[in-house]
Design a protein around this ligand. Structure first.
Ligand code: NZQ
Ligand code: ZN
Length: 393
């Protein structure tokens, strides 16, 4: 094994009816006044928000609501949340929802802890988060892994720039994970979430760094388990076993466990974020659109790695390493298609792009050609243009 640090302090409470513990966990993690953050209304419709508020009331914990978080959460809305938290005097931010709600809550927590800093300073890299309020989570969709990750992603709607920051201040204090709360996820979001979970492991798996056998086996087991239960969940989204397996895969995929001992790549995520930033595309769908193009573009750098994925995840055992690598990419595409996920710009619903539009995406990714992202194959403007063109059909 190579050298690593593993830090995942979030207290996870997993299983049926666990949302009933929200008041107990809030107090345990120092919350006495709670700002409840939620999205477009699914938690109202399901009755979850009412149940949470009743539990807090019964425990004499004052709370205020801050709803309206949109997918690909907006900077301006998070700024409003900072003001709401300050006005109420919140000392704990409770996210009730998915990645967008959790990431907005993380931003609010950072902003409310230091009102002299505009939160975009953290996202633009001009300042580092030095303090934050505790964030609690009640997860309603298995996807982003934000319930345990050190990441938070925002979209600056004025510039179309979507980006994330990594800091241990982004690690939630607690996460309540009741798979039954995910039964109401729309089919399209369920599929996109499954793809995102897969990609959190795949964006760590394709690497030049060898000698982390256990990390590889964990990653492969996670992917196999996820693929197996994804098929069951897509036919019956009230299958507790399937939804709980997917939920736990979602957290482990993004809490750092599947990259111990190696550098994360995340090039496909960066390519995808540009599509979400400019066209408001669903995060998981941008990943399935970009991964096959990226994989074919970089595969020859190390076909053995792709062949190992094909063999240990998809059972592709015949052929040369290059043939197996190609077969693994095709298996992945077929699986994503079977879930109704897109593999190209047209399937993503954004249409064919002209050269100027592709250059705009590549410029945004590479800061106008001045920087490269990712590790396995560093991606600058030229590489980004080539990969976007491969998906442009
Ligand atoms: O807004 P509501 O009405 O709640 O509806 C949401 C939303 O429309 C709906 N939904 C969630 N749970 C539901 C439900 N509908 C019915 N029943 C339920 N139980 O699903 C839609 C999508 O919600 P969202 O929170 O956007 O989904 P997801 O968890 O996929 O989060 C995506 C965001 O997370 C970021 C993505 O970039 C994207 O902005 N990511 C965050 C990461 C992190 N912080 O570590 C890592 C990821 O790579 C990702 O970048
Ligand atoms: Zn993701």
């Amino acid at each position: 094994m190579n050298t690593f640090t593993f830090y995942t302090p979030t207290e996870i409470v997993f299983g049926k009816d666990t949302e009933a513990k929200v008041a107990e966990l809030t107090k345990k993690h120092g919350g006495t006044r709670v700002l409840i953050v939620y999205g477009g209304g699914s938690v109202k419709k399901s009755g979850l928000l009412d149940r949470v508020e009743e539990t807090l009331k019964a425990a004499d914990i004052p709370f205020a609501e801050f709803g309206g978080v949109q997918p690909n959460p907006r900077l301006s809305h998070a700024r409003e949340g900072v003001k709401a938290a300050a006005k109420f005097g919140a000392d704990l931010i409770l996210a009730v929802g998915g990645g967008s709600v959790i990431d907005t809550s993380k931003a609010i927590a950072h902003g409310a802890a230091d009102l002299s800093t505009d939160i975009w300073e953290y996202w633009s890299g001009s300042k580092t988060v030095a303090q934050s309020l505790p964030v609690g989570v009640i997860l309603t969709i298995s996807a982003a892994g934000s319930e345990t990750s050190n990441r938070a992603v925002l979209t600056n709607e004025e510039t179309g720039k979507k980006c994330g920051i990594n800091t241990d201040f982004n690690r939630p204090a607690f996460a309540i994970m009741n798979p039954e709360l995910t039964y109401t996820i729309p089919r399209r979001q369920l599929a996109a979430g499954i793809a995102d979970i897969m990609m959190h492991t795949l964006d760590r798996y394709v690497t030049h760094e060898e000698g982390n056998e256990f990390t590889d086996r964990v990653a492969e087991a996670l992917l196999k388990n996820l693929i197996r239960f994804a098929k069951l969940a897509m036919t019956n989204h009230r299958d507790y076993q399937a939804m709980s397996e997917i939920m736990w895969c979602g957290s482990v995929s993004h809490n750092g466990f599947t990259s111990l001992g190696r550098t994360m790549d995340f090039g496909v995520h960066k390519l995808g974020h540009e599509l979400s930033g400019f066209y408001d595309s669903i995060h998981g769908e941008t990943l399935t659109t970009m991964w096959p193009a990226w994989a074919r573009y970089v595969m020859m750098d190390k076909p053995e790695r792709f062949a190992q994925y094909a063999e240990n995840v998809w059972g592709v055992c015949v052929g040369t390493p290059i043939e197996r690598a190609r077969a693994g990419i095709r298996e992945t595409e077929e699986f994503w298609h079977s879930l109704g996920l897109p593999l190209s710009f047209t399937e993503l619903g954004i249409g064919i792009k002209d050269d100027a539009e592709i250059e705009k995406l590549a410029d945004s990714l590479s800061a106008n050609g001045t920087k490269k992202v990712a590790v396995f194959r560093p991606l600058g403007k030229e590489e980004a243009i080539a990969i976007y063109k491969l998906a442009n059909h």
